[in-house]
Design a binder for this molecule. Sequence first.
Ligand code: AMP
Ligand code: MG
Length: 336
Amino acid sequence: MKTQILKTDEIQKAADIIKSGGLVAMPTETVYGLAADALNGEAVAKIFKAKGRPMDNPLIVHIADISQLDMLVREVPEKARILAEKFWPGPLTIILPKSDIIPVEVSAGLDTVAVRYPSDTTAQELIRLSCPLAAPSANLSGSPSPTSASHVYDDMCGRIEAVIDGGECKVGVESTVITLAGDVPRLLRPGGVTLEQLRAAIGEVILDSAVLDPLEEGKQAASPGMKYKHYSPKADVKLIKGPEKSFAEYVNSHKEEGAAALCYDEEESILEVPVIKVGSAADQEAQANKLFAALRHADKKGYSILYAHCPEKNGIGLALYNRMIRAAGFEVIELE
Ligand code: AMP
Ligand code: MG
């Protein structure tokens, strides 16, 4: 299959592909999504094949109007209304008990469905010209999520009908995922909408233990995606906690062959290994925006060791920590 690269004024072409049961990668404000008609089980099944995604890992359904939520779920509780009004369109996914029209491929056999209303106008237009779209991140399973059309093309060329080039994603990490299907709201994945913002909007929100720690053996994952290896570059990632000066000293005394550092912009001049800059130390949003491109870049360069700062676990830093701790196999090197 030849993969077309479409411009943002060719969305009708993309909508036609979706309506005929094909796959289109679309830009969103979080990361690029690999979209199919969410109500067409056969089309959705192709997503799993194209990505090499395990069939038991459910997909997020993307809508372009709050009213589309009603047909996808059994009921919309008060807290879901509050979150939708406050954070949609935006990087928040809400899980609710699913309605009967959700194909088993989307929910992966669960009784719930994950729904998001993206703020990216290209994604919105594609949904309006076609239908609600089931879309996971448009990367091959196991590689970092794509934040540009060229990342998608590197992974998906020949596997999907088209990718719409909408430039770089603004947020750069996948959406925040919260489930309202249990007694107390539970954060399953941190993202651009922060835990602090969610608590300010609806009160108590439990942080699922799998956000920060490895899933305990024998325990079932609240979000099936958590049990799979994720966000791992080929290099061995060493996550380092400590002040800037200690970070530099550690890296400079461990400059083995093939070693490089993911560093803050300010640190380039004090490091003696090749660096990939991820934004200013104080700017966590810039770091989120650059993280996945940095990991892909490290892969292309063929580095074997990658030293990185351990992010703070607050604000969007919690999302960075959640991704980086997985890339590092849950190990942190603590410096004085
Ligand atoms: P992605 O694979 O990047 O699209 O991320 C989707 C995430 O949402 C994965 O971690 C899924 O396991 C999770 N997810 C989607 N639907 C559900 C659901 N109904 N219940 C729990 N987690 C879900
Ligand atoms: Mg993904």
